[in-house]
Design a protein. Structure first.
Length: 147
């Protein structure tokens, strides 16, 4: 039986170079995972903010009785769960809803088109922690008021 005398193989240098190249490839691909996790968290907060803003808008639109009382006599005790802030063109309210700081503005004097339908424009902005942060979500709509 004749043994093969072929001594060609991998040297230690070749093995080390291949390990270094493989490590570099793995490190670059692994750096994507933390970024994807961060983006997922940001998208989760944004989605929660959008849903909360829509729920608040619906809540204000469906609470026409208290809004009618408020527009007849703007008194903070009518809408007690919100902190009123005086404004020139808007009634401003602030509150905390879940993890969000909420700023609500209702236009005092409706536009000509809005007067036809007795509707006041309402703006809702949500911030993650406090007012200095960038808005997570914002929406607007109209609240109907009987005159």
């Amino acid at each position: 039986m004749e043994l093969s005398k072929n001594e060609k193989g991998l040297t230690l240098i070749e093995v080390l170079i291949s390990i270094v190249i493989l490590s570099m490839i793995l490190l670059t691909t692994m750096s994507f995972f933390p970024q994807m996790g961060l983006m997922n968290n940001q998208n989760k907060v944004k989605t929660q903010g959008i849903n909360t803003a829509k729920e608040l808008l619906l809540k204000w639109q469906n609470d026409s009785d208290r809004l009618n009382l408020f527009f007849k006599n703007p008194n903070a005790s009518i809408i007690a769960e919100y902190k009123p802030i005086t404004g020139k063109d808007y009634y401003n309210f602030e509150t905390v809803e879940g993890d969000f700081f909420v700023n609500i503005q209702i236009k005092i004097n409706p536009s000509k088109e809005s007067k036809i339908y007795n509707a006041h424009q309402i703006f809702i902005k949500l911030y993650k922690n406090n007012k200095r942060d960038i808005a997570v979500s914002e929406t607007y709509g109209y609240v109907k008021v009987r005159r």
